[in-house]
Design a protein around this ligand. Sequence first.
Ligand code: ADP
Ligand code: ZN
Length: 448
Amino acid sequence: MSPPTALSLDLSQTTLNSATNLDFLTRDRLREIQWKKLDIIVHHAYENSPWYREQMQLKKLVPDDIKSFDDIHKLPFVTKQVLRDTYPFGLFSVPMTSVVRMHASSGTTGKPIVVAHTREDLAVWTQSVVRALKSYGVHQNDVLQNAYGYGLFTGGLGLHDGGQALGVTVVPISGGNTERQVMLMRDFGVTVVSCTPSYFLHILDKAEQMGVDLRELPLRIGVFGAEPWSDEMRKRIETKAGIKAYDIYGLTEICGPGVGAECPHQNGTHIFEDHFYPEIIDPETLEPLPDGQEGELVFTTLDRFAMPMIRYRTRDLTALMTEPCPCGRTIRRMRRIAARTDDMFIIRGVNVFPGQIEAALLAVEGTAPHYQIILTREFGGLDNIEVQLEVQAADIGDTVRDVEVFQRSVTHEIQRITGIHAKVTLVSPGTIPRSEGKAKRVIDKRVI
Ligand code: ADP
Ligand code: ZN
């Protein structure tokens, strides 16, 4: 794809061609578009949302004090707690007659939060999903099996609308009924599948049990997101299914999947910056961090009117990448999200993220990608961590010595990456509960 020559884009353009062109604007033109939109959205929020107005007044700010992106740091943050405190409609900034859809987060970490969309807001979201799909090389001849859950969760409808807008044939199967997933994948000649990476592992297992080899099907692309997944996991999936596995990132508060997406280089997730303005802050001091440094990702929705999110703290940890991408897209990339601040657990004083454990496990030959982490606390207060891992005798050998050697190398790898000593328990295939959506990796049984 070559960069567009005509850069006289109108802000309201939503045709498919302009959608792709937006990935290739000059940085100056992009900045100009972003600034126009920021100015409008800050005024909109101030004038139509009592919450934003009050927060800005507390900081003695009026919208005209925000004169450039350098001033964005003056604006207050929005946190998940704010969304809970204003539940259900406290941040809605248009009359209900203009709201055409509501979604709610899956509530992984507490009470659900509600978000609203106008028709135009949905168009922005759909356009972003179209851009994501195009960057993976999806086109109108593709058949997309959308196995993200439909409903309040944004995955299903997000991919559905984007796929349909691009002209792909969408199979709206939603999550679950895994045997049928495999059957339709085979019978419908599905070429693209979208779901959480952990659910795809489940589909892979089921296909194997049914004697279906996904590598022999026309399936060629996987659109995976909604939860962290390591590069080791990607390699396993790509080899076993014979597909390219791409990252899609998003969150309900900002819209849903399609805030960012990988390109064919699979090296960082491009952010659709003309809609979602990213910042990285230090989660402790809340000060902005320079590009390249890891911190908490913060987003401002530049053109969402029903419920603008200005400086929303995602709690996702990443860094903005500085080098231009060889694909030619000028929109910036972030490192793939490996962790969120609230996933972290502390064990014997050491901070550990589930993704580190996953990377350790999958670095060892013979491991299956199904695992669970169980945290317990002894009577005296000492914390223990047990990692349950599925294995097949065929992969690791079945003598006592084989098993011991394997177990030792997994324990060693976990220690090498995290610095902690974990008890590793090998379990038979199918023991770890399978998820149809986001996997639950950590069971914390500690009574704090
Ligand atoms: P909840 O916060 O209840 O899980 P969402 O369904 O909106 O609600 O999930 C959004 C979160 O899912 C993101 O903030 C991020 O932590 C995670 N997530 C989404 N996409 C990805 C991805 N591609 N890689 C890693 N994590 C992701
Ligand atoms: Zn790229």
